[in-house]
Design a protein around this ligand. Structure first.
Ligand code: AMP
Length: 433
């Protein structure tokens, strides 16, 4: 399944494309159409599964479809997203801004611990989507600087965490301020009895959505992980390229330096290759791409950012020579394979140091990728001393100096799922490769 089959308007598809998403994650593929039918949803989804877009995209779509509704002006939000923490609230608000960049809907975020006046001003200017933590929202409602009587869609994000943090009474107070007739979406990583209790009282014949075992484009690509020692990746790649007799293979590396090095090494192994990345001139890139498309060169080695603008058809084979630091980039990469009607194959060469990155990817996919060891290419355990050296701050997992943006995350993302949240790092220079 692709994004354009989900029933979202061009403005939203454009925003999603600009983010580099090619295929919906399982939770998105399942939730978006159901939300668009104005049904209630009970979704089991953790951070890192793409759940934010799973509710934000259809909400933006629904609100854009019907912009004539009364109350558009003034302090009457039409959609309300409740989150347990201000970090999550800020992050959801940022996502709503990003996905809604081409629409004329307004959103704002309110949470405690910061001055209330700027929030009051923002509310007064009028909002369509309000993202809030429960306490501060009640504060606004009590003044009253917001009026919740025209909310059409309510989202409880990370409901289990809200309950763990003791927000049940606040939530109930908020619910009393909402109109009875509305659409409710509840997202929760776990189904505790408390969550069930809340869901029972809140949701009307909800669609139950679980991410495991779904059938999306990402699932239609045959994905395999080959565990391998860090120093033997190149040999394994050459071995696979020869054995498989593949033509047109797109190989991803994490860095420009890595791409250049791999290009040279493959050539030494007698395999035609060319690299494409941000340090190459436009002319060199155009030439590399033309050679690859014409079949003159079998292997195109690319970094994530360089691959974004590539105008190439879907390819039969994609290889992740390095796993990406950002799990979403994995989905983007494998979205490059699989021609219409036929399956693509995406292979990942994973060394011991990349296991953490692999778990983040498993989370976003909602399942584990099949692992296949190639005899003679076992993954070695990292010797303790060497491992320690690679963990030094300022060094990447290969012991080289960190590139800007390597594993950094925006400060606002901290404290919410920690390092495994799979959020994108800064999109600025750090992501240019
Ligand atoms: P979330 O679970 O909403 O926090 O999202 C986890 C990460 O996945 C975020 O960095 C998103 O930008 C990214 N993401 C969400 N949907 C997709 C998609 N369809 N393709 C690639 N990345 C995505």
């Amino acid at each position: 399944m692709h994004f354009d089959e989900l029933g979202l308007r061009a403005e939203l598809l454009g925003a999603v494309r600009a983010e580099g998403y090619t295929v919906p994650t399982p939770i998105q593929a399942k939730a978006v159409p159901v939300v668009l039918e104005r049904r209630d949803v009970l979704a089991g989804a953790q951070t890192g599964t793409g759940k934010t877009a799973a509710f934000a995209l259809p909400i933006l779509e629904l609100l854009s479809r019907d912009r004539t509704v009364k109350g558009r002006k003034g302090r009457y939000p039409r959609a309300l997203v409740l989150t347990p923490t201000r970090e999550l609230a800020a992050q959801v608000a940022e996502s709503v801004d990003t996905y809604g960049a081409n629409l004329r809907l307004r959103s704002t975020v309110v949470y405690g611990g910061v001055g209330i006046n700027p929030q009051i001003d923002a509310l007064r200017r009028g909002i369509d989507i309000l993202i809030a933590t429960p306490g501060r929202l009640l504060d606004h409602a009590g003044r009253p600087t917001v009026n919740l009587s025209r909310v059409e869609i309510l989202v409880l994000d990370e409901a289990d965490r809200m309950l763990d943090m003791g927000f049940i009474h606040d939530i109930r107070r908020v619910l009393k301020l909402l109109p009875r007739k509305r659409q409710n979406l509840l997202f929760s990583a776990t189904y505790t009895d408390e969550v069930k209790g809340l869901a029972d009282g809140l949701l009307h014949s909800p669609e139950l959505i679980e991410v495991a075992g779904s059938n999306t484009a990402a699932e239609l690509v045959t994905q395999v992980v080959h565990p391998v020692g860090r120093t033997r990746k190149r040999e394994l790649l050459s071995h696979l390229l020869r054995e498989g007799d593949w033509s047109q293979v797109l190989v991803f590396t994490k860095t420009k330096h890595g791409a250049n090095k791999l290009e040279k090494q493959l050539k030494t192994d007698g395999i035609s290759a060319t690299a494409i990345h941000g340090n190459k001139s436009q002319a060199a890139r155009t030439r590399a791409l033309a050679d690859f498309k014409s079949g003159k060169v079998r292997t195109l080695v690319a970094t994530d950012v360089a691959s974004r603008g590539l105008d190439i058809d879907r390819l039969p084979h994609v290889v992740n020579y390095d796993l990406p630091n950002v799990a979403g980039d994995y989905i983007h990469r494998i979205g490059r394979t699989g021609r219409a009607g036929s399956e693509g194959v995406a292979l990942s060469l994973v060394c011991a140091e990349e296991r953490g990155l692999l778990s983040n990817i498993h989370r976003l996919l909602g399942r584990k990728i099949r692992t296949e060891e190639i005899s003679g290419f076992k993954q070695e355990a990292t010797p303790a001393r060497e491992h320690k050296a690679r963990q030094q701050p300022g060094k990447d997992s290969y012991g080289r100096r960190d590139r800007p943006g390597g594993l950094t995350r925006r400060p606002a993302k901290k404290g919410r799922g920690g390092a495994s949240s799979g959020k994108r790092g800064g999109r600025g220079e750090g992501r240019r490769a």
